[in-house]
Design a binder for this molecule. Structure first.
Ligand code: ATP
Ligand code: MG
Length: 264
């Protein structure tokens, strides 16, 4: 259908969000325009409190925008949520300690009413994909932080979403584990060709993963710069040694310093 591919992916136009509370109002987002094309990998980087999570939560139907428009694969977030168009991964894995790894991953499918053999099979496939097939019968507390985060990714992928919304998923991990999971995420992204919106505070992580980086200013959050990352895919350990990688790191750092300097 003509034009359909243009509506796929993520779109925000003049998006604003104002939180009102007893302590006063906070303008978290103002006039945010953003487009992540279908199959694209967009990272958002910006100073703490600039509204990155608010933006991601607006896409995932957890925050109601005050102004502007927002869509996921051409649908309003609530519709997209009902249609299981997206999966969400947060900084903390939020696994249920009394359920096994397998039964944490099957949870969204159980909620959807998928029968037990099918949901077990799908969950096992997702656990294999994140390299945890042999830990299906373990409980979350028997896994390391990085492994728990991989379970959370498997859970988000279990409903086969075409969009993945990730809010600092590797923020609590040590650098070596983070590098390893970045490689894994690249592999998974290559296999699933999903659209990814990824929030991070790490410049090197953003450059390594993304096809584009959006830099946000201090509150109220606005996109101040869009940086194309024209490093070849598939990205691997050699990518981090390329001179172009360092040039991009320097460029993103400069953009971030400028964005942080904008008065809030
Ligand atoms: N539910 C809420 N109610 C009131 N204010 C909120 C709410 N959620 C976020 N805010 C405010 O909106 C602003 C942006 O918060 P947000 O969590 O989006 O920032 P962030 O860029 O994700 O920060 P960080 O990098 O520290 O995670 C902050 O000032 C925050 O206090
Ligand atoms: Mg945040």
């Amino acid at each position: 259908m003509a034009g359909e591919s243009e509506t796929l992916g993520l779109h925000a136009a003049k998006l604003g969000k104002r939180f009102s509370s007893k302590g006063g109002d906070v303008q978290a987002l103002e006039e945010v325009d953003l487009e992540v094309k279908q199959g694209g990998f967009m990272s958002i980087i910006g100073p703490s409190g600039c509204g990155k999570s608010t933006l991601l939560r607006a896409f995932s139907d957890l925050v109601e925008p005050s102004t502007g428009e927002i869509s996921v694969n051409g649908k309003m977030p609530a519709e997209a949520r009902a249609a299981r168009e997206f999966g969400v991964v947060f900084q903390s894995p939020n696994l249920l300690p009394w359920r096994t790894v397998l039964r944490n991953v099957t949870l969204p499918l159980q909620v959807m009413g998928v029968d037990r053999p099918t949901r077990n099979q799908t969950a096992l496939e997702m656990l294999e994909l994140v390299g945890l097939g042999s830990f299906a019968r373990h409980h979350p507390w028997q896994l390391s932080g990085g492994m728990q985060q991989r379970v959370a990714i498997a859970r988000a992928l279990s409903t086969n979403p075409s969009v993945l919304l990730m809010d600092e998923p590797f923020g609590a991990l040590d650098e070596i584990t983070r590098d390893r999971l970045n490689l894994e995420l690249m592999r998974i992204w290559g296999q699933l060709s999903a659209t990814i919106l990824f929030i991070t505070h790490s410049i090197t992580e953003a450059v390594f993963l993304s096809s584009q980086i959006a830099v946000m200013s201090s509150r109220p959050g606005r996109i101040t710069e869009l940086i194309d990352v024209n490093l070849p895919y598939p990205r691997n350990t050699e990518t981090r040694d390329m001179p172009e990688f360092y040039e991009l790191v320097i460029e993103v750092r400069r953009a971030l310093v400028e964005a942080s300097a904008v008065a809030s």
